[in-house]
Structure formats: structure tokens, C-alpha cells
Design a protein around this ligand. Sequence first.
Ligand code: SF4
Ligand code: MG
Length: 333
Amino acid sequence: NKEILQVKDLAVAFQTYRGKVKAVRNVSFDLKRGQALGIVGESGCGKSVTAHAIMGLLPKENSIIENGQILWQGQDLVNFRDEDLAKIRGNKIAMIFQDPMTSLNPVLTIGTQIKEVLFLHKQLSDKEATEKAVELLNLVGIPFAQKRLKDYPHQFSGGMRQRVMIAMALACEPELLIADEPTTALDVTVQAQILDLLKSLQEKLNMSIIMISHDLGVIANICDEVAVMYAGQIVEKANVDDLFYHAHHPYTRGLLKSLPHLNLNKEDKLYVIDGQPPDLKETIDYCPFVKRCIKAMKICMQLMPEKTQLNKDHYVKCWLEHEFAPKENREEF
Ligand code: SF4
Ligand code: MG
């Protein structure tokens, strides 16, 4: 099972009026066919920027890929010309976003919009495109598909609109679907339905998924592997079970503690990680989590933690795990 995507030492910076912001700092990961990777972290951690870099959707005016490679089946997308990237985007790699309303055209019917996508990628007659559109709506669980093709976006509920967006993303049979907070705007029940849908489509179509979310609960439902991002870096990466049951990075543990549990007592407040991430304009040559970390040691302020491999699929960037870290700081919390 070969990697279809390999991101290597990716660094992305933005020029802002306040100065250069280093939003993604040497991010690396691989993705195999049919595999689902979750990228979790709070807003501004670089997870969406990573996705946009893969899609070739970084704003040209003020962003730059400063370093690294994005290998799509061995070819480096970083050096691709726009027209070649456009062929991969929406064809091999598709993306869905948080708010379907902003991505759908309010004055065109759903049918017209799905067929537009189909015509862009396939030689089809109008009749064939209509049939394919019905098939896609059926696939994403929209009832009365034939009839609903004539409806406009506002005639669909939020959950149904997200299903339409997924149908459009699937129109060209992508090998990789990138979902950026796809359920954040939806209520909990609908969120669960959309996640179930994505999971079943992934299995049915043997599609790879990168699921981006601030919510570990969302990631748990879908993903085989999880990368935790903080201040532009991956600070811990593991398969989903190790991440949930054997998390080592204090930030990951904080995220886990902040998950709502079904058996939450009335008195139990949700855990919140105090403080702010560091300013990404600065060079950070210490642990970026140090100001918020209840386990911080002296070394954490002096040196960037090195990667410690805990098993084949699990690594963490934290001095607590490093062989030179003082032992007395290793107690559970
Ligand atoms: Fe906390 Fe130090 Fe680990 Fe950073 S390296 S997460 S400050 S213990
Ligand atoms: Mg985002």
C-alpha cells in the first residue's frame, strides 16, 4: 500500500502588515490510499494553511512556500504550474469546507452546479450529466434526488447543503478528499450523520481523507491516524487509539481533557487550556507550548524539543519524553 501523498518539511509564511508570519513550520506526514488522517489543533495552528498548500490554494499575493515538498504520487506539487495544479485539484484531490453556503452559488440550482463540475472534468451529454448528478445525490443520501436537482441552495438545510458539497467534491472521483472543519457549522446530530456519511464513502470508494478539525471528537470518528498541530508544527502524531489512550504531549492531553464526556457531572467544568500560543512572527527556538504547559522545565525554554519516536507510528515533540529530561518531571497529571 503505497503513499499517495508525502508532505516533507513544509514551511509556509505570510507577509502581513505586522511582518512575516511563519504559519507552517516544517510539517511532514505521509498518507496511503484509503487512509484517513486527522489534523487537529486550535485556530491559527496552521492546519488549514497546510491543506491550502496541498490544494494549491494559498493566496498568491502574500504567501510563500518557503521550504519543503508536497509529493502527490511522487510528483512535487510545489513546483507545479497553475494550470497543472488545477487539473489535480477537483480531479484527484477535492476539498470541502465549513460553510457550504459560501461555496454554493445561491442563484443556480443544485443540479446546474453539480453538472457544471461534471462538465469540467468529463465529456458527458446533458442527459448523462443529469443521471450522474442523481447518482451522486443518492450516494450522499439526499432523498428524491431527481426532484431536488431543481432546487436552489436555500431550499436545503445546513446538513443537506453539506451533503450537496460532498456530492460535488465526489463528482470527479477524487483519490483524496480534504475536509476542513466540515461539520463545525452543524448541530450535533447532523454532524454525526455527515461524519458517518464520510466514513462510509471513504470505505466504499477507497478514498483517502485528510480531516481538519479543532475537535478531537470529530477526528476520532473517521481517522486512522492523528497529527496534533500547535504553533505551526506537528507536536504529536499517532494512530487514533494511541492518541486517545496513550497521548504524551501535554497539549494533546489538554485537548483530550477538554472533550465533553457523556457522564459529565454538573459540577465538572470542561477543561480549558489557559493562555495563548506564541506569536508566529517570531523565531521559536524553544518549546512553543512552554508558556501554557503545567509540566514545563528549564530546558523547555532553552531548546526546541526534538522528536521522540515512541513506536513505529507514534512520535512526540516534548522534552518530557526525551532521554535527557529530568526524571522527576515525568509523573502523571
Ligand atoms: Fe511542556 Fe516542556 Fe513538553 Fe513543551 S517540552 S510540552 S513545555 S514539558
Ligand atoms: Mg481553519
